[in-house]
Design a binder for this molecule. Structure first.
Ligand SMILES: NC(=[NH2+])NCCC[C@H](N)C(=O)O
Ligand SMILES: [Mn+2]
Ligand SMILES: [Mn+2]
Length: 315
C-alpha cells in the first residue's frame, strides 16, 4: 500500500481520476491512440487500487472522433491544429475538474500534444504548479520554429505563450498558464536548434542526459525539486521516449542514449515522495510500433512508471 497521508494537495478518500486520452493527432504515426486502452487492459486500474487508491475511470474511453473537424487544413506549418485544439481543450476540462476536486489526474496518452490540455488543466486550479517534464525532447517548438509541423513537438511553447505561440488560430481557448520558471526538464537529448535557443533565451531549467551522467539521477531530481519549490504542487509529464529505446522501444520518436529503467523509476519515486503531486501524464506509448515483445515491454513499463509515481515502493 502506498503511504497516502503525506499528500498535501489531495483529499481523502484518495482518488486517482484516469483520463484515457486516445489521441494521435499531434504526430503522424497511427497507434499511439491505442496506448491508454492497452495500459488499462494490462491491469493498470486494479494495480492502482491495490496500492490503496480509489480509482475513477470511464471504461469507455472517448475516442475524440466526434471532435474531429470535417476538414483541418494546415495552419501555417501546423498539422491537425483544429483537432488538436478541440481534444486538448476537452482534456483540459477533465483534468481541471479532477484536480479541483482534490483528485490526482492521471492522463494516459496518446501523443504529447495532450500536455496542452493536462497542464492547462492543473494550472487552472494551481497557477503555481511546477512541471517536471521527462522527455528526450523539449517539445517547445513554436509554430514558427517547428520543422515537422507536428504539435506534439510544441505544447510547452503554447502553454508558456512564447512569442510566435500566442493567439494561434483555433487555440483561442488556451491562454498562457505556464511561466518559464515553472518547468524543469529531465532526460533531454534530441533538441532542435531553435529549441536550444528558446531554452537559453528564457533561462529554462533543463537537465539533459549530460547532466544525468554528470551528477547522477539522485542529484538531478533533488535539484529539480528544489528549483520548483518543496511546497508547491507538482505535475509530472512523462514521455516514455525519455527512457532508452532498449527499455521502452514502442514509441514514435525513439532516441538512443536515454534514461535507464531505474533512472526513470527513480524520478517517479522521488516525485511521489514529495507529497505534492496533483497530476501525472504517461505519454507516447505506441502499441503498434515494433514486435509483440517490444510492445509488451513498453506497456509494462508504462504501468510500472505509473504505479511508482503513485506510491509503489521497492521495500
Ligand atoms: N513528444 C514527442 N515525442 N516529440 C517529438 C518532437 C520531435 C521534434 N522536435 C518536432 O518538433 O517534431
Ligand atoms: Mn519525446
Ligand atoms: Mn514529448
Amino acid at each position: 500500500m502506498a503511504d497516502m497521508t503525506h499528500h498535501k494537495f489531495l483529499k481523502a478518500p484518495y482518488t486517482v481520476g484516469i483520463v484515457g486520452a486516445a489521441f494521435s493527432g499531434g504526430q503522424p504515426r497511427g497507434g499511439v491512440e491505442q496506448g491508454p486502452a492497452r495500459l488499462v487492459e494490462f491491469g493498470l486500474p486494479s494495480q492502482l487500487s491495490s496500492l490503496g487508491w480509489n480509482v475513477d475511470i470511464d471504461e469507455k474511453f472517448p475516442t475524440y472522433e466526434h471532435l474531429r473537424p470535417p476538414s483541418d487544413q494546415d495552419i501555417g506549418k501546423l498539422k491537425n491544429a483544429r483537432y488538436v485544439s478541440a481534444v486538448t481543450k476537452s482534456v483540459s476540462d477533465s483534468v481541471k475538474s479532477l484536480v479541483a476536486k482534490g483528485h490526482l489526474a492521471l492522463t494516459l496518452g496518446g501523443d504529447h500534444s495532450l500536455a496542452m490540455g493536462t497542464i492547462s488543466g492543473s494550472a487552472a486550479v494551481y497557477p503555481d504548479v511546477g512541471v517536471i517534464w521527462v522527455d528526450a525532447h523539449a517539445d517547445i517548438n513554436t509554430p514558427e520554429t517547428t520543422e515537422t509541423g507536428n504539435l506534439h513537438g510544441c505544447p510547452v511553447s503554447f502553454l508558456m505563450g512564447l512569442p510566435g505561440a500566442r493567439n494561434i488560430p483555433s487555440f483561442e481557448w488556451l491562454s498562457p498558464c505556464l511561466p518559464t520558471n515553472r518547468i524543469v526538464y529531465i532526460g533531454l537529448r534530441d533538441v532542435d536548434v531553435p529549441e536550444k535557443k528558446i531554452l537559453k533565451d528564457n533561462n529554462i531549467k533543463a537537465f539533459s542526459m549530460h547532466e544525468v551522467d554528470k551528477y547522477g539521477i539522485g542529484k538531478v531530481v533533488e535539484m529539480a525539486l528544489d528549483y520548483l519549490g518543496r511546497d508547491k504542487p507538482v505535475h509530472l509529464s512523462f514521455d516514455v521516449d525519455a527512457l532508452d529505446p532498449s527499455v521502452a522501444p514502442a514509441t514514435g520518436t525513439p532516441v538512443r542514449g536515454g534514461l535507464t529503467f531505474r533512472e526513470g523509476h527513480f524520478i517517479c519515486e522521488a516525485v511521489y515522495e514529495t507529497g505534492n503531486l496533483v497530476a501525472v501524464d504517461i505519454m507516447e506509448v505506441n502499441p503498434l510500433l515494433g514486435d509483440q515483445a517490444y510492445v509488451l515491454q513498453t506497456i509494462q513499463i508504462g504501468c510500472s512508471l505509473t504505479r511508482t509515481a503513485l506510491g509503489e515502493t521497492l521495500l
